[in-house]
Design a protein around this ligand. Structure first.
Ligand SMILES: [Zn+2]
Length: 259
């Protein structure tokens, strides 16, 4: 009984963080029945990698029309961490793919050598299947982008959770964390991250591009915290605050396209 509960929990966990991991687990369990426990343990990573890098991309394109963003390489558009590709969290609609490519080219034209780094996109399959902890990343039209920092690196190895907190004099919003909120402050984690300032010029160019050229690709919303909107001196009806119950957006930029 405990083994069954453990298997169900592992199935749910793998499905929640990778979408296909639970199915791959079931395949490995079938192999255990025929070839023993060692076959199960050895087959899971092999089947998972084959599925992730060879089967899922063409299936996603055929079933949901989503395409994977680039993982790494010399290009100006890359995933901030290989984890996003390894966990199948880098899928977007073709229009959002084109927007990300065009944004990265324009940013590199304006600031040579700049790499635009993508964070969580969406899973490959099924509208309405959320990419936890982002409840809205469930249809291929949402993508998070890492901020540009002075020096060109990232503050956090995965691009998230290194918050640029409001300075004295900045708009102070959500001073008290609401109950049942995804607005994590993670104060205990902040000392771990290097104190790199946002590259104001580069980041402003990105938001200006999104709120102008980005609309040709159907850009509907950009989520960023109000104190950064003020610091970057940008304004547009598409620039929104996500509210106090959703994840904060002073560690990354969230963009989404209209239907
Ligand atoms: Zn997002």
């Amino acid at each position: 009984m405990m083994r069954l509960l453990g298997t169900i929990a592992l199935f749910l966990f793998l499905t929640a963080i990778t979408q296909i991991g639970g199915i791959i687990l079931l395949m490995s369990l079938l192999l255990r029945r025929w070839f023993g426990a060692l076959a199960m343990v050895a087959s899971f990573p092999v089947l998972y990698l084959i599925g992730t890098f060879f089967l899922v991309p063409p299936l996603a394109s055929a079933i949901s029309g989503r395409v994977p963003l680039p993982c790494s390489g010399p290009a100006s558009l890359q995933s901030a961490s290989p984890l996003y590709c390894l966990l199948n969290r880098n899928y977007v609609t073709p229009r959002l793919f084109d927007l990300a490519q065009a944004l990265s080219r324009s940013t590199e034209d304006a600031f040579p050598g700049t790499v635009t780094r993508t964070l969580d996109g969406n899973f490959p399959f099924f509208d309405g299947f959320p990419l936890l902890p982002h409840l809205s990343h469930d249809d291929g039209r949402k993508l998070d982008l890492a901020f540009h920092y002075e020096g060109g690196g990232l503050r956090s190895p995965i691009g998230y959770f290194a918050f640029q907190k409001p300075l004295p004099g900045d708009p102070q919003i959500c001073p008290d964390q609401p109950i049942l909120s995804l607005r994590w402050d993670l104060d205990w984690l902040q000392p771990v991250f290097p104190k790199l300032p946002i590259d104001i010029e580069r980041q402003r160019m990105v938001i200006d591009w999104l709120t102008n050229e980005g609309k040709q690709y159907g850009l509907e919303k950009v989520f960023i915290e109000p104190h950064l909107t003020a610091r970057l001196n940008v304004s547009d009806p598409t620039i929104r605050f996500q509210g106090c119950r959703a994840a904060r957006h002073d560690d990354h930029l969230h963009i989404q396209l209209a239907d």
